[in-house]
Design a protein around this ligand. Structure first.
Ligand SMILES: NC(=O)c1ccc[n+]([C@@H]2O[C@H](COP(=O)([O-])OP(=O)(O)OC[C@H]3O[C@@H](n4cnc5c(N)ncnc54)[C@H](OP(=O)(O)O)[C@@H]3O)[C@@H](O)[C@H]2O)c1
Length: 242
């Protein structure tokens, strides 16, 4: 993709990896729109990054996704890049009494929302790039976050198909595969052991400039290159009793 001169929608762009991407894409002379549920966070971001455009919505709800798309079609029909970044991660066990409703919620945000937004985005006048944010856990699941890991495996698989399906339409499909990073994903303090978002963002832009379409870093680079035996070992290591 061209690094500059785009109009980009980043879902979940007011915190963590989405925020890192938003800041860098603004710096690289792009028009950036971000959306999320927390209005106060979006307001703060407007103060910090003049020129940024924000929209409050809950992407787990189909009508709110339609509303976002209708606004984009009316006000920003020249949007050419969609970044499906928003996601949640929940620790859960199969015997939890609320297992199924929580699983459903995670599936709505991590799977239904990006699928729906992708199909809507492709109706715009000149879509040319879709960036999907998956995870190193797409390749070997962490069993304490079983639905999260499975949702990212789904999203990785869908991204491979989407890239192939959109070849003829000249829409580039890029996968960002982050390793664990120090964000508030899953709750404050859960990822403080992990590298800062800035390191990943630098790696992302380096690899985008090289024209890569599968962008990984650290642990996720190992996962992307791993064979079946390596994946088995990674699974055992990550899920060993502590
Ligand atoms: N950090 C990691 O270790 C890591 C590793 C691999 C992959 N990832 C992936 O990276 C992406 C970004 O996560 P992050 O680490 O940056 O965590 P984060 O700071 O919690 O970011 C998630 C973003 O998604 C938004 N979001 C969640 N549910 C939403 C909903 N229903 N509607 C609209 N927006 C919603 C949140 O905004 P609101 O709460 O305001 O709605 C938030 O801005 C996720 O897809 C995650 O799975 C993260």
């Amino acid at each position: 993709m061209n690094i500059s001169g785009n109009k980009i929608l980043i879902t979940g762009g007011a915190s963590g990896i989405g925020l890192g991407l938003a800041e860098r894409f603004v710096k690289e002379n792009n028009t950036v729109i971000v959306c999320g549920r927390r209005e106060a966070l979006l307001k703060d971001l407007k103060g910090k990054l003049p020129g940024i455009i924000t929209w409050v919505c809950d992407l787990s709800l189909a009508p709110e996704r339609e509303e976002l798309f209708n606004w984009i079609s009316a006000e920003h029909h020249d949007l050419n890049v969609l970044i499906n970044n928003a996601g949640i991660q929940q620790i859960m066990g199969i015997h939890d009494t609320d297992f199924f409703p929580r699983a459903e919620e995670e599936i709505k945000i991590n799977i239904e929302a990006p699928l729906h937004l992708t199909s809507l985005f492709l109706k715009l006048q000149k879509p040319d790039t879709i960036i999907n944010v998956t995870s190193g856990l797409a390749f070997a699941p962490l069993t304490s976050v079983p639905i999260y890991s499975a949702s990212k495996a789904f999203f990785h698989s869908f991204t491979l198909s989407l890239r192939h399906l959109l070849l003829a339409k000249n829409v580039e499909v890029i996968e960002l595969i982050p390793p664990a990073l120090n964000t508030d994903l899953g709750g404050k303090g859960r990822h403080t052991y992990a590298p800062p978002v800035g390191d990943f963002i630098n790696a992302v832009f380096e690899q985008l400039e090289q024209g890569k379409t599968e962008i990984s870093y650290g642990f996720s680079e190992n996962m992307l290159k791993a064979g079946p035996e390596d994946l088995k070992k990674a699974f055992e290591r990550m899920n060993a009793p502590r």
